[in-house]
Write a new protein. Structure first.
Length: 160
C-alpha cells in the first residue's frame, strides 16, 4: 500500500512548469530544465533551449502573492533571448509587466498568449548558458540513474 502525503504533491509553480515544458517540447521543439541557476542568487523556474539555440526563461507564478514577492525577475533578462511569465487561467494577468511574454498553463499543457520580445544574447553569454544548461540536464539525468549521488551534489554546494 502506498501512502500519499503533501510531500508527494508538486507545488503549484511546479505544476505550471510541467505544463509549460510539455507545451514547449510538443509545439515548439524546445527542451527544458527546471530550477537552473544562471549565477549565484538567481534561480529560474524553467529554462528552455530551442532548436536554433534560442534561450528562453519562464517564471511560473501561482498567485498574486507569489508574483508580488518576486523582486529578482528583471535579473533574469540578461540570461535569455526571451522572457515569459507562466500563470494559470485564474491569475490576474493585468499585474504582469508590459514587454514580457505570457504563457497560460496548467499541469498538462500551456499556450503562449503573448510572445516575449527578443533580445539576443551575446555569443559568449549564449555559450556559457548552453554549457550551464547541458551540465544541469546531465546532472539531473545522472541523479535519476543513480540517486546515491545526491549527497555529492549537496556537498559541493550545487543543485542539479
Amino acid at each position: 500500500m502506498s501512502i500519499v502525503t503533501d510531500q508527494n504533491l508538486p507545488m503549484p509553480g511546479q505544476v505550471l512548469a510541467r505544463g509549460v515544458c510539455r507545451h514547449l517540447r510538443r509545439a515548439h521543439d524546445f527542451v527544458c530544465v527546471e530550477e537552473l541557476v544562471p549565477r549565484p542568487g538567481l534561480r529560474v523556474d524553467v529554462m528552455a533551449l530551442g532548436p536554433k539555440s534560442e534561450v528562453w526563461v519562464i517564471e511560473c507564478k501561482s498567485s498574486r502573492a507569489d508574483f508580488r514577492a518576486d523582486h529578482k525577475w528583471q535579473g533574469y533578462l540578461e540570461w535569455c533571448d526571451r522572457f515569459f511569465w507562466a500563470v494559470d487561467a485564474d491569475f490576474p494577468t493585468e499585474l504582469l509587466p508590459d514587454g514580457t511574454g505570457l504563457i497560460l498553463a496548467d499541469g498538462y499543457d500551456a499556450e503562449i498568449v503573448r510572445m516575449g520580445p527578443e533580445t539576443r544574447l551575446a555569443g559568449a553569454r549564449r555559450k556559457g548558458m548552453m554549457q550551464k544548461f547541458a551540465r544541469h540536464a546531465a546532472a539531473r539525468l545522472q541523479l535519476v540513474n543513480d540517486p546515491g549521488l545526491a549527497g555529492m551534489f549537496q556537498d559541493r554546494g550545487s543543485r542539479p
